[in-house]
Ligand binder design. Structure first.
Ligand SMILES: *Cc1c(COP(=O)(O)O)cnc(C)c1O
Length: 406
């Protein structure tokens, strides 16, 4: 079969909507368009029934009960609601929050905002593996700590944090535990009971559902978590998030979660085989390439690789018929290396030449082989032009060279 270009391999940024999800959503734009909050007629009841069905599908995927699911516009809002909602509600109890340096900006920027408002935030470092150190976490907890927010799995390097251990520590200390579960839910087994999670952020568009809809799991007992609402107006979602519900989006979100639950075991096998095929094809043909983050605690569909002795931008240009993400973030005029890779101790040069491969449900073996070939060809071609690579091959320790600029 001929390969269709460009190839999409950036499934941590977003995923295509599964056609089965689209089919489930369609009636809710047209004949079943009712407002789920309309209590007086069949149109409203149909909307409400669909929403409650989706709530149950989402709850089942994460081991929660339907009443613990609060719908939002996406995980950015869920992260905001979890962190700011706890911070405001429990201000009397304490003003200290613990998070870590490789969180998504939805968590980091929310914490920064709270710092401006007088809260104290501890940003735990990560080890070279990408995981936090649990002793660091224990030491950071004070009587003023009200919340620990640590992501389930990282969106750049795919590293999974020791979530159940963190949940245990939080419980021992009587501190709420929020986790940004966007990259993990639907991909690996997540269970809010076993993992001891009190608040969990989820997004539909990262698990083959539509954009613009997400959820926050809010634990109702052992312990019960209360939140100050961020959006007022009508008291939807048990007062935690007002606003007319996005019924078609929610229906799609529910269906997407059901598919993930039913197919996760098979899909994990398929995706990790594709990922290992990609890894093998690249790493067996190229030296001086490095995997970022431990592969031991890792999402099945992710790999993040740095290629020494090439230039990041040239590398991306060389594989421009493949959609992937790089370890550089364009901030205004300059290219900044990824803060996640920096936190792992990856040097600036290697951070700029890193590529995040996010394999998804609809990728094929042929596509993986094509991508691997393109990467190998491009890196080899760029290295042929690199005097540094040549010197390194001749045995000069390039890192110890004394650079002089004229
Ligand atoms: C994508 C992502 C988000 C943001 O989710 P949206 O639904 O797009 O707002 C938050 N956290 C992580 C880890 C993500 O990957």
């Amino acid at each position: 079969m001929a390969i269709k270009l460009p190839i999409y391999m950036d499934n941590h940024a977003t995923t295509p909507v599964d056609p089965r999800v689209v089919d489930a959503m369609l009636p809710y734009f047209t004949e079943k368009f009712g407002n789920a909050a309309s209590r007086n007629h069949a149109f409203g009841w149909a909307g409400e029934e669909a929403v409650e069905n989706a709530r149950a599908q989402i709850a089942q995927l994460i081991g929660a009960t339907p009443k613990e699911i609060v719908f939002t516009s996406g995980a950015t809002e869920s992260d905001n609601l979890a962190i700011k909602g706890v911070a405001e509600m429990y201000r009397e109890k304490g003003n200290h929050i613990i998070t870590q340096v490789t969180e998504h900006k939805a968590v980091l920027d929310t914490c920064k905002r709270l710092e401006k408002e007088g809260y104290e935030v501890t940003y735990l470092p990560v080890e070279k593996s990408g995981q936090i150190n649990l002793d660091d976490l224990r030491r950071a907890i004070t009587p003023k700590t009200i919340l620990i927010s640590i992501m389930y799995a990282n969106n750049e390097i795919g590293v999974i944090q020791p979530i159940a251990e963190i949940g245990k520590i939080a419980k021992e200390k009587g501190v709420f535990f929020h986790s940004d579960g966007v990259q993990a839910v639907g991909k690996v087994p997540v269970d809010v009971q076993k993992d001891g999670i009190d608040l969990l952020s989820i997004s539909a568009h990262k698990l083959y559902g539509p954009k613009g809809v997400g959820a926050l799991y809010v634990r109702r007992k052992n312990p019960r978590v209360q939140l100050t609402a961020m959006v007022d107006g009508g008291g939807h979602e048990r007062g935690m998030r007002s606003g007319t519900l996005n019924v078609p989006g929610i229906v799609g979100f529910g269906k997407a979660c059901e598919l993930c639950r039913l197919e996760m075991a098979e899909e994990t096998k398929k995706l990790s085989a594709l990922r290992d095929r990609l890894r093998g094809a690249i790493m067996s043909k190229l030296d001086e390439t490095f995997i970022n983050g431990t592969m031991e605690h890792h999402l099945p569909h992710n790999i993040n690789i740095s290629f020494a002795y090439v230039e990041g931008e040239s590398l991306l240009m060389g594989i421009n018929d493949v959609a992937v993400s790089s370890g550089s973030a364009c901030t205004s005029a300059t290219l900044e290396p990824s803060y996640v890779l920096k936190a792992l101790g990856v040097g600036e040069d290697l951070a700029h030449t890193s590529i995040r491969f996010g394999i998804g449900r609809f990728n094929t073996e042929e596509e993986v082989d094509y991508v691997a070939n393109r990467v190998v060809e491009t890196v080899n071609r760029l290295r042929e032009l690199s005097p540094l690579y040549e010197m390194a091959k001749e045995g000069t320790d390039v890192s110890k060279m004394n650079w002089k600029t004229a």
